[in-house]
Write a protein that binds this ligand. Structure first.
Ligand SMILES: [Zn+2]
Length: 628
């Protein structure tokens, strides 16, 4: 029966399905099977595993399905799966997908796929006639659990299992540094953490990595909300929000434990001396001072007896380590800047590696997912846990670096550009922040699918934004209705045009059922300058309208649809401008219906590209360009 599934096309637009000849036989067969089972249920003791089946059979619920099939367990689910599929795909359920769900739920239905499709087509057609709001509302009432995207859709199949992970006992953490909103370059970390947390039904902690930062890269008060807004948009589910800046007293406690072991010391060397000693693999005098002296110096640091840069705490790693950066690394330093959350409460600040060694342990983190470029962090955390005898320890899980061709991703750079007025804000397309992706009509699911397609590979990958666009196109293409937009318009007067007032064009060529749009026509039209220059003097088809020899005074040829170049056109359209990814604007005219679109609608301006409607006013429509 599998060929029946394969041969079955989409319900919308396809030919109506012939009634299978064996249907009555099959129905008869089912009826007798039910009868037999009912008898069996009355006569024989029923094992527990059969109780559910028996209950369904002997007391069929009120159902929309025909009597021949309504008693089957699987079919009771048809409507809910059809609703779910419709909600997930812009209001149009696909009968094949619904059939797949049914069979996944009840594999015994596979043998009856041909028969089921007849009923499914009807159910799906009914569901597709509902408005998206009705579909959502009905699904919320009969199967609210299906309103969320199914777990398998977040792509864990492509991800290898995590070492030592047990379901329900995985704790992961995201550690954004709040210097600005998240951008596309941060996506791998949060998508992978979220996918694994969901896969293992674990907990994902959002821990703002907001120690004092640096002069060049300060913690910004507005960044906390910007980060959260980005994660929320991306569908990342975090279970708790914590702030490093709330945990400084804990870090001090652990610092004292560390200093008490003699494996760390307070160093008063200035930055220059410190660097020179490192280069020479030479220990300074402070390395050998005794623990009491070190503790006293630490107290003096906390008491404010040292100024900024006058003392640091260094962990004894190895002054002969091949990596100079790993020669007695600094774990605490003094910063007198004001912190946006805790003000001037602290002046001694932990370095990130130390704070993580403490917090990963205290928070019960089981797996640390980080880019493979951060092995220094692994080494530092391990060294600190060794010294402090910390167990159990999280597993380190690494992934390769995702680089974007031709994109310079720098929070500090775009912050400066925004301040200087060269970028319009944190959602300017040139920032590549999550906010900017949202504004362009990129779907969060596209970003997730894009990231998950690289799995947990350790290879560094260089990708172009086009790879992300391809994922997004898969998701928005069928939802995006088609409209004409004519950038940089040139006026054309058609001579000899028969008297017609309007033409009709499909809202979407693949879904005729969605209806057609009316476009007013007349002898005066506008076409894009690029098209005009390319086709001047040649016969072209004004798409869905008529054929003309293109010129400022164009000659009408005929109405019939010919195989000649087709170009878009607008009669008296509305002013429209599209903000392009490079920040430029494409200005032109769009057909009148565009002015009735709503903000957040994603459309395809034919032969121009997909765009999200950003602003609609009486005088003008503004859209943001997504991609071709
Ligand atoms: Zn020193």
């Amino acid at each position: 029966m599998t060929p029946a599934i394969a041969a079955h096309g989409r319900g919308d637009g396809g030919a109506p399905h012939a009634r299978p000849t064996g249907r009555n036989d099959a129905a008869h067969h089912i009826d007798s099977r039910i009868r037999n089972e009912c008898q069996a249920a009355r006569l024989l003791p029923v094992p527990d595993s059969h109780r559910l089946l028996r209950r369904t059979i002997v007391s069929p619920q009120k159902s929309l399905y025909t009597p021949s099939v309504r008693t089957d367990v699987g079919l009771e689910s048809a409507r809910k799966f059809a609703l779910q599929n419709a909600v997930l795909h812009g209001g149009n359920a696909d009968p094949r997908a619904v059939l797949g769900k049914l069979i996944a739920e009840d594999p015994s239905l596979r043998s009856r796929a041909r028969e089921l499709t007849v009923h499914l087509d009807r159910v799906v057609a009914e569901v597709n006639r509902l408005s998206p709001e009705q579909q959502r509302a009905e699904l919320a009432s009969i199967a609210p659990e299906l309103l969320e995207r199914p777990r398998e859709d977040v792509g864990p199949k492509v991800l290898p299992p995590l070492a030592g992970a047990t379901d329900g006992h995985v704790v992961l953490r995201l550690a954004p540094y709040p210097s600005g909103p998240l951008h596309i370059g941060n996506a791998r970390a949060f998508v992978l953490n979220d996918a694994y947390a969901k896969r293992y039904h674990g907990r994902l902690l959002l821990v703002f990595d907001d120690t004092i930062g640096s002069e060049e890269k300060p913690v910004l008060p507005e960044a906390y909300d910007q980060v959260r807004a980005g994660l929320d948009w991306a569908g990342v589910e975090y279970h708790e929000v914590l702030y490093k800046s709330d945990r400084i007293p804990l870090h001090y406690e652990w610092a004292e434990k560390l200093l008490g072991t003699g494996e760390a010391y307070v160093c008063e060397c200035d930055a220059d001396t410190l660097r020179k000693n490192r280069e020479a693999m030479k220990a300074c005098v402070h390395r050998i001072q005794d623990v009491d002296e070190t503790i006293a110096m630490w107290k003096a640091m906390l008491a404010g007896e040292y100024g900024e840069g006058e003392a640091v705490v260094r962990l004894k790693t190895d002054m002969a380590d091949p990596n100079p950066a790993f020669r007695d690394r600094v774990v605490f330093r003094i910063a007198e800047r004001e912190h946006p959350r805790v003000g001037n409460r602290y002046r001694v600040w932990p370095m990130l590696e130390f704070s993580w060694a403490v917090d990963d342990h205290l928070l019960g983190v089981t797996h640390i997912l980080r880019g493979k470029d951060l092995v220094m962090e692994d080494a530092m955390e391990t060294r600190i846990w060794d010294v402090l005898h910390v167990t159990p320890r999280p597993h380190f899980v690494h992934f390769g670096i995702l680089r974007f061709k031709d994109l310079e991703l720098s929070k500090s750079r775009y912050r400066k550009e925004i301040e200087a007025g060269r970028l319009t804000g944190i959602d300017d397309p040139r920032t590549w922040t999550l906010q900017s992706l949202k504004r362009r009509g990129i779907r969060p699911a596209a970003l997730r699918d894009f990231v998950l397609s690289f799995g947990l590979s350790l290879n560094d990958v260089e990708v172009s934004a086009e790879t992300l666009y391809a994922e997004n196109r898969k998701l928005i293409d069928k939802d995006a209705n088609r409209y004409f937009f004519v950038p940089d318009p040139v006026a054309v007067e058609i001579e000899g045009l028969p008297p017609i007032e309007r033409v009709k064009a499909p809202l979407h060529p693949d879904f005729p059922g969605r209806g057609r749009r009316e476009i007013p026509v007349g002898p005066k039209v506008h076409v894009a300058r690029e098209d005009f220059e390319k086709f001047q003097g040649k016969e072209v088809r004004l798409k869905d309208f008529c054929n003309v020899v293109l010129a400022h005074r164009a000659r009408f040829v005929s109405m019939e649809n010919k195989e000649i170049p087709k170009i878009q056109w607008v009669t008296h359209g509305g002013q429209t401008h599209v903000v392009m990814p490079d920040g430029s604007e494409s200005r032109g005219l769009s057909e009148p219906l565009v002015a009735s679109l709503k903000v957040d609608d994603v459309v395809q301006f034919e032969r121009f590209g997909f765009a999200r409607i950003d602003h609609v006013s009486r005088s003008e429509v503004r859209a943001y360009y997504a991609h071709r």
